[in-house]
Every structure is written in structure tokens, then in C-alpha cells.
Design a protein around this ligand. Structure first.
Ligand SMILES: *Cc1c(COP(=O)(O)O)cnc(C)c1O
Length: 211
């Protein structure tokens, strides 16, 4: 996987070090996660606060954890205590709660705004047309943003979505682009992704959720 990412990056005239592989460990059995840690992988993504807390409490040392799933305001405190990066800021109430918790806790997670590039009703994220204003709102709260994240629609060519995300980031002076999953990480790297979030292609199929 890292070889493939590096090769695609080089083909696109990019440096392989500019792309971080985020191993998405949600719903994966412990032995696979321990094998990934033993292989040297240090950056992991989780989409649920509670599930991540259970999995990572004993494995947290030396690991960078990223929240890539929706965050409820009543979980903000727990999320900031656990995660180094939060990729799913997408509404004013949440941005306010995160800003408040940063001041209260003294923690400073790296932050991404999620953009719903396909404007799909079932997906989280700000609409592309509302992104500039939301980014400005976050900054007005004193939040320092690192970049943008998106999950393109399943059945579409992801590249226009990746380009749209890159355009919004560039015009807002943001350098981080979290885009690309198992099915489309190569296209994402070619389109400028600075991190790809890969689960099943790395670990194998996920276990069903409990509860
Ligand atoms: C589950 C998940 C992934 C990884 O999905 P795969 O297709 O298994 O690579 C990436 N990003 C987000 C936001 C996810 O929830």
C-alpha cells in the first residue's frame, strides 16, 4: 500500500512524504490492529468516539488518532481527550463546542472541515457553496484549520469531487486534503490528497458492529 501510494505520488510529480496513510481501524479485530502496529503503522482513523476509546485505551502510546466520523456536540470533550486530529467539523454548533473545549482543556487538535462535495442528504459535511463562509466562521472562533475532508458519492467518478475539495482548500489557504479510501486512494493521491483513509484494502473486511 505505501509503495503504491509512493508510486502514484511520484507519477503525479509529488513527494511520497507529502501523503499520509491513515489506517482506518473501525470494526477491525484486535489482532489485525496489533499486526499493523507491529508493521510500523502509526496513524489510524476511527469514525466513532466510543468504539475508538475502547480499542485505543491500551494502544494509544506513539499513535496518531484521527476522528473521521460525525461528531456530536455531547461527545466533544471525550473526542478532544482521545483524538489528535478531528476531520469532521461541519456545523456552527459543533465548531463552537470544539472552540470552547479547546480553551477549557488546553488541548489543540488538528482540525479539518468536512465538505459534502456530492451534496448527498444522507452525508455529513458542509455544502460546497457554504464552505467558504463556514471556514471563515471557524476562524472567527479562533480555530486553526489544517484542511478539508470529503467522501465522494459511491457510484460516481471521484475525481471531480477531489478537484472541488482542492479548489475550496486552495482559495481558503488550507493545505491539508483528506480524501481517498480503499476504492479511490490512487485517484486521490493523483489529485493532491495529503492523507488517504484506507480501511478494508489494508486490513480486510470489517466485523459487523455490536449494538
Ligand atoms: C470507513 C471509512 C473509510 C475507510 O473505508 P474503506 O473503503 O474500507 O477504505 C474512510 N473514510 C471514512 C470517513 C470512513 O468512515
Amino acid at each position: 500500500m505505501l509503495d503504491r501510494i509512493a508510486a502514484v505520488a511520484r507519477e503525479a510529480g509529488r513527494s511520497p512524504e507529502d501523503v499520509t496513510l491513515v489506517a482506518v481501524s473501525k470494526q477491525q479485530p484486535d489482532d489485525r490492529i496489533d499486526a499493523m502496529l507491529a508493521a510500523g503503522q502509526r496513524v489510524f482513523g476511527e469514525n466513532r468516539v466510543q468504539e475508538a476509546a475502547g480499542r485505543w485505551s491500551d494502544r494509544r502510546q506513539g499513535v496518531e488518532l484521527r476522528l473521521i466520523g460525525p461528531l456530536q456536540t455531547n461527545k466533544v470533550r471525550e473526542a478532544l481527550a482521545l483524538f489528535d486530529v478531528i476531520e469532521t467539523l461541519d456545523r456552527e454548533k459543533l465548531a463552537r463546542a470544539v472552540a470552547t473545549e479547546i480553551v477549557r482543556s488546553g488541548r489543540s487538535p488538528r482540525l479539518y472541515v468536512q465538505v459534502n462535495t456530492g451534496e448527498e442528504p444522507q452525508k455529513a459535511g458542509v455544502a460546497p457553496g457554504a464552505a467558504d463562509a463556514f471556514i471563515a466562521f471557524c476562524r472567527s472562533l479562533g480555530l486553526r484549520l489544517e484542511g478539508l475532508m470529503c467522501i465522494p458519492p459511491d457510484a460516481e467518478d471521484p475525481r471531480p469531487h477531489f478537484r472541488l475539495l482542492a479548489d475550496i482548500a486552495a482559495r481558503n489557504g488550507l493545505t491539508g486534503l483528506s480524501m481517498g479510501m480503499s476504492a479511490d486512494y490512487e485517484a486521490a493521491v493523483a489529485s493532491g490528497a495529503t492523507s488517504v483513509r484506507v480501511g478494508s484494502a489494508l486490513f480486510g473486511g470489517r466485523l459487523p458492529r455490536q449494538g
